[in-house]
Design a protein around this ligand. Structure first.
Ligand SMILES: [Zn+2]
Length: 380
């Protein structure tokens, strides 16, 4: 019970303990968070028609191209989602699709994107000011910080994002900010491994395991080496960007496509938006690169360089970059809902995190970081 004068935590912490059965763990979670899961499913429902599919079409394609491989490779996590859906009393496929948003977006035709843009100019991913995830790592003055804005559909601002405290069957624990219908896929684990993920678009995609499942498995890794191996799950459908660190302060920038991977150790700092930057993968970048991704990338790099040059402590510089609203060219890193289109296709910064891997702690907020005070969490 809260005592008088004690500040109430704004970011709820919810537990997922996986014992003998992922299905049972999902079921308990689904029952406990039924209202929020049902609300999230309901809020995503208008999406598929806006993207040019009937729900039956998208379900059939997801079942054949994504669910079958996910069941074969990561059946435990699929069982957990089945349990969540059952516990919440919603159809499993609707919960599964919440976990396949990046893959579904690769199925959308150019005509549909063009049509969306005609109706709502900021509805097309990658247009200036639309926003998407921005990530950075800074190492200076004996400190290491990773920072990330999670940009996703604006409906998730009201969908009960919480700090998930997961215990895996082998005792590995994970702290991860996530909405109730989606697997925790980025955060910090009890082995001292921290991982954040950004969408990157390549021409190398195929039917396979959705990225959410690959990232969820990687988040249980004991070392950066193991994390990199798990990110190269051969059956993966698409690629991703992961910025990862361990408790000794090592930082790795990892980029993958469906069949290729590249890893670069970060010495001083790195910034990442939503396009490939590792030489070996540049030929597989989907064209055109999002103008907004290039804009945020340059904006964040300029802020980092100026801040480091001025000797600004990295644990202050990182959150300042996350709160940035861009310069006159209009490439905000902290993104607010535009409000002039259906909320499910309106991008917003739904959460933000600053990780301190050496101290094994994370500062988090739900909603745009300019408007929220960050709260500190750890596994201790
Ligand atoms: Zn803001």
């Amino acid at each position: 019970m809260a005592h008088g004068g004690e500040r109430r935590s704004r970011v709820p912490r919810v537990e997922v303990v996986v014992g003998d059965s992922y299905h049972e763990a999902g079921l308990s979670f689904g029952v406990a968070h039924a209202r929020q899961i049902a609300r999230q499913v309901e809020s995503y429902r208008p999406l598929y028609e806006l993207l040019g599919f009937t729900f039956d079409e998208v379900s059939r394609r997801a079942a054949a191209e994504l669910l079958t491989p996910a069941d074969a490779v990561f059946g435990d996590y699929v069982d957990e989602l089945r349990g969540r859906a059952e516990g919440a009393g919603v159809p499993f496929m609707e919960v599964f699709l919440l976990n396949c948003q990046e893959e579904v977006s690769t199925w959308v035709s150019q005509e549909t994107w063009d049509d969306l843009e005609r109706r709502w100019p900021s509805a097309k991913p990658g247009a200036a000011g639309v926003g998407a995830c921005t990530t950075l790592a800074l190492r200076a003055g004996g400190r290491t910080v990773l920072a990330h804005t999670e940009d996703w559909t604006a409906v998730d601002l009201d969908n009960g994002i919480a700090l998930h405290d997961v215990t895996a069957p082998d005792g590995t624990r994970i702290l991860a900010l996530q909405s109730p219908g989606i697997l925790p896929w980025q955060g910090m684990n009890s082995h001292g491994v921290t991982a954040t993920a950004n969408t990157v678009l390549s021409t190398d995609t195929h039917p396979g395991v959705p990225n959410a499942f690959v990232l969820r498995a990687a988040l249980e890794a004991r070392t950066l080496e193991e994390l990199y191996r798990r990110l190269q799950t051969p059956e993966r459908a698409i690629g991703t960007y992961v910025l990862a660190a361990d408790a000794s302060g090592r930082v790795w920038s990892i980029q993958t496509t469906a069949t290729r991977a590249s890893c670069v150790a970060v010495d001083d700092w790195v910034v990442q938006a939503n396009h490939y930057t590792h030489d070996g993968l540049l030929p597989l970048q989907q064209q055109p690169i999002w103008p907004d991704s290039l804009g945020r990338y340059e904006r964040a790099q300029a802020m980092v360089l100026a801040g480091l040059e001025a000797g600004e402590p990295v644990d202050e510089l990182a959150p300042r970059v996350l709160r940035d609203h861009g310069d006159a060219d209009g490439y905000p890193i902290c993104v607010h809902p535009k409000g002039d289109m259906p909320a499910v296709i309106d991008q917003a910064t739904v959460s933000a995190v600053v990780y301190e891997p050496l101290e094994r702690r994370m500062r988090v907020c739900v909603g745009p970081p300019c408007a929220a005070q960050m709260e500190t969490f750890s596994l201790e």
